[in-house]
Design a protein around this ligand. Sequence first.
Ligand code: ZN
Length: 83
Amino acid sequence: MARRRPANGVVCPLKCSGGRADRQSYLSDGQLERLPADVRERIDGSGGAQRCTYCGAVYLPGGPVLGSLDNGVLGEGWHPFKR
Ligand SMILES: [Zn+2]
């Protein structure tokens, strides 16, 4: 069965209210430099990470969320995702 897409078009793994496809982009080199080394290594090993420009979520292809960068609620900088 095909995976159901949310009716509102949100693709952000955190399902933020504005996380549609046009708000997702690959991290820039400058953004990658601001991440801890262990996170960068994980991203390198996964072929890149995307960031939701609406909520700041940084995630690997397929969805696992590593944390958020410049989150409107948590503030500037890197905030590791806690399960
Ligand atoms: Zn989002």
